[in-house]
Design a protein around this ligand. Structure first.
Ligand code: XUL
Ligand code: MN
Length: 381
């Protein structure tokens, strides 16, 4: 067994907002003291975390003067150098201020849409200044409760227009390698959010002016909130080269956005997501976007950080064990036997005869395979 300590090469990352979270919820006041984005950068770096993510406003509050902005960015760069930590994603906060109460990019008011775009431009600039090259768009409030008030066809067009606009800015600024990503979420804080899943986001991306420069950030909890299989969501994005980042956390299905510590729920599904990205050699950030329990005090937040990391590392070890387990691998070999057979041309295929009953008798071994997986995860193999 390993020591389950993070290395920079593990590519772990945390959103600044996850640690800055003070435990406030819709029903209650904060339960722990605030901490600045700068201090989070330092503390994460010291714990051997590879990277952080942020909304630009987590570091530079909206309304800061130019001098304050420059000082904060300079200080962030200094702390990043001191603790050997980088920034891998800088989005914008287009959800907190009341001006965005009916969305940013999809607002009816062109001035609000422009303000949202200005926030994203600001995020791209700040991201560039801290050496980051991804702007993750989680639009938060681009959605609706009252469908009579907002046209979803128009909303999709406005999202496309916004993404194309930002891409054009990236090109004009010659921010080489800078990319955009959509982080889909089905609901909360809106009753329904536009582009609720990875598949919806991928479909819109295909219609952009520069689809190759826009990907998705799949968050496991967002998929599970929609009752979807997070493993399958991540797999589709990965398969088409669009998994630009991944948010690891946990969630009981079909509930409010719980953002639980990675692995705190849905352990088997979490295992398969880790297996997927590890087996694929995916080199993107393993970003934890979860919130410490409201019962955690400021100190216990670091237990939460350690917990996310340890669970990932333990599951990664389990992946290696799974891949080396003779019983599991021989079952898998049998299950996949002949799977790569060619498909004959239609003229030939349409005349072929099949013994469907014989084909149906092929053993699947699912009971045994799943039990072996279960026992491996339970630590008795
Ligand atoms: C909200 C969420 C966001 C994004 C960043 O559910 O996941 O924190 O990850 O804006
Ligand atoms: Mn997220």
């Amino acid at each position: 067994m390993g020591d389950h300590q993070p290395k920079k090469s593990d590519h772990f990352s945390f959103g600044l907002w996850t640690i800055m979270n003070t435990g406030r919820d819709p029903f209650g006041e904060p339960t722990r003291e605030p901490i600045s984005g700068l201090d989070v950068i330092t503390e994460l770096g010291r714990r051997n975390v590879y990277a952080y993510e942020m909304h630009a406003e987590d570091l530079v509050p909206a309304g800061s003067t130019a001098a304050q902005r420059d000082r904060l960015i300079k200080e962030a760069n200094q702390r990043m150098a001191d603790e050997n930590i980088i920034c891998v994603n800088c989005g914008a906060n287009v959800f907190a201020h009341p001006v965005f109460k009916d969305g940013g990019l999809t607002s009816h008011d062109p001035k609000v849409r422009q303000l949202a775009l200005q926030r994203y431009l600001n995020a791209i600039d700040i991201g560039h200044e801290v050496g980051c090259n991804l702007c993750d768009l989680w639009w938060g409030r681009d959605g609706a409760e009252v469908d009579a008030a907002k046209d979803p066809v128009e909303a999709i067009k406005r999202l496309r227009e916004g993404l194309n606009y930002l891409q054009q800015y990236i090109d004009e600024q010659s921010y080489a390698g800078y990319r955009l990503a959509i982080e889909p979420k089905p609901n909360e804080p809106r009753g329904d959010t536009y582009l609720p899943t990875g598949g919806h986001a991928l479909a819109l991306i295909a219609t952009l002016d520069k689809p190759e420069n826009c990907g998705v950030v799949i968050e496991l909890a967002h998929a599970r909130m929609a009752g979807l299989n997070a493993y399958h969501e991540v797999a589709q994005a990965l398969e088409c080269g669009k998994l630009f980042d991944c948010h690891f956390n946990a969630q009981k299905p079909l509930r409010f956005d719980q953002d639980l510590r990675f692995g705190a729920e849905d352990l088997k599904e979490s295992f398969f997501v880790v297996k997927l990205v590890e087996d694929a050699g995916w080199d993107g950030p393993r970003s934890f976007d979860a919130h410490p329990y409201r019962t955690a005090d400021r100190e216990e937040v670091w237990d939460f950080v350690e917990g996310c990391i340890r669970t990932y590392l333990i599951l990664r070890e389990k992946v290696r064990q799974f891949n080396a387990d003779a019983d599991i691998q021989s079952l898998l070999k049998e299950i996949h036997e002949g799977a790569e057979g060619p498909i004959p041309p239609p003229a030939e295929l349409s005349k072929m005869s099949f013994d469907a009953d014989a084909l149906a008798r092929r053993k699947m071994h699912h009971e045994r395979l799943d039990q072996l997986t279960q026992e491996l995860l339970l630590g008795v193999r």
